[in-house]
Design a protein around this ligand. Structure first.
Ligand SMILES: [Zn+2]
Length: 309
């Protein structure tokens, strides 16, 4: 059974096909109704029909009896129907094809979302939200045990994230170089932290001949302003840095597809590509924000806020 636009559909039959055709055109995501969490799915176009497929790394979110269930996160990685991600069995390197651009010269497919071909292609690539959830899964941050209480700090989350990303390449770019996860800030060590950060950012973003490179930020949102005049975000542990959001971020509203009575999220985690714009200002090119619990467990599997040029 699938949940689509507030209606339930059985997995086979004409009503589902009709609904999928509409949803495909309107970019709606079906959900699998096998559990209360209703895992998000995506729609693929097959010959003469539409097929509902599992999102990467979400096999464990389905009930044991559901045909989409998979306990191993690698099962979906090895699935040839998911060309967005490939793991080299010898080196362990993971190569991800993303719908967002890692440099200004790259054709970000999300930029061409109005074109049918680009849209179809983008559906088979990782969004920033997919990447956050993938890294969270690889880092072991999607599980919780009582003994983790008070121990899962930002420093711990950051450590596991960076380690999980160390074998990951996105659109041909190694995350060992391109991923920026702010280190825990302390006033006593502020100068040293700032120096390390500037060195890392400038080495990657300013090094010739790659001036158009973009870095990938993962951090916790402290403050988000989507005012039309100056949309911007402040990230926790980056107290002295304001990052400009793309102009289309203004007037954004939280995605309304969530449960109306759900608790407000404890944490907002942003995944963003950013670059240096006209000097020292850090400008976010594309971003997606996902909600997480106080324990850093993803609360939803789709982006709450998003913005692109
Ligand atoms: Zn299911």
């Amino acid at each position: 059974m699938y949940l689509l636009n507030g209606q339930m559909y059985t997995a086979s039959g004409a009503p589902l096909q009709d609904a999928l055709a509409v949803a495909h055109a309107e970019h709606l995501r079906p959900r699998c109704a096998c559990t209360e969490r209703a895992a998000p799915m995506y729609i693929a176009r097959a010959t003469g029909s539409f097929v509902v497929k599992r999102m990467p790394c979400t096999g464990h979110l389905h009930s044991l009896r559901c045909p989409h269930h998979s306990h191993e996160s690698d099962a979906s990685i090895g699935d040839s129907s998911q060309p967005a991600i490939q793991r080299d069995p010898v080196t362990g390197q993971v190569r991800i094809r993303a719908a967002f651009a890692m440099s200004s010269g790259e054709t970000g497919l999300s930029l061409h979302a109005g074109r049918d071909h680009g849209l179809r292609e983008a559906r088979h690539r990782f969004t920033l939200c997919d990447l956050i959830l993938y890294l969270w899964n690889e880092a072991g941050l999607t599980t919780w045990r009582p003994e983790f209480a008070d121990k899962r700090t930002w420093a711990v989350v950051r450590h596991h994230l960076i380690r999980a990303a160390s074998s990951t390449w996105v659109n041909g770019t190694p995350l060992t170089q391109a991923l920026f996860v702010p280190e825990p800030f302390s006033v006593a060590k502020a100068d040293a932290i700032r120096a390390r950060r500037l060195d890392r950012l400038s080495r990657y973003l300013c090094s010739s001949p790659a001036r158009d490179r973009r870095m990938l930020l993962i951090g916790e949102v402290k403050e988000l302003s989507t005012s039309a005049l100056q949309p911007r975000v402040v990230i926790k542990h980056l107290p002295d840095t304001i990052m400009r959001l793309p102009p289309t971020a203004s007037g954004l509203h939280a995605d309304q597809t969530g449960e109306p009575n759900c608790e407000p999220p404890s944490r907002l985690v942003i995944g963003a590509t950013f670059s240096l714009n006209g000097g020292a200002a850090l400008t976010i090119n594309e971003f997606q924000i996902v909600s997480m619990s106080a324990e850093w467990l993803p609360a939803r599997l789709d982006a709450l806020w998003r913005g692109a040029p």
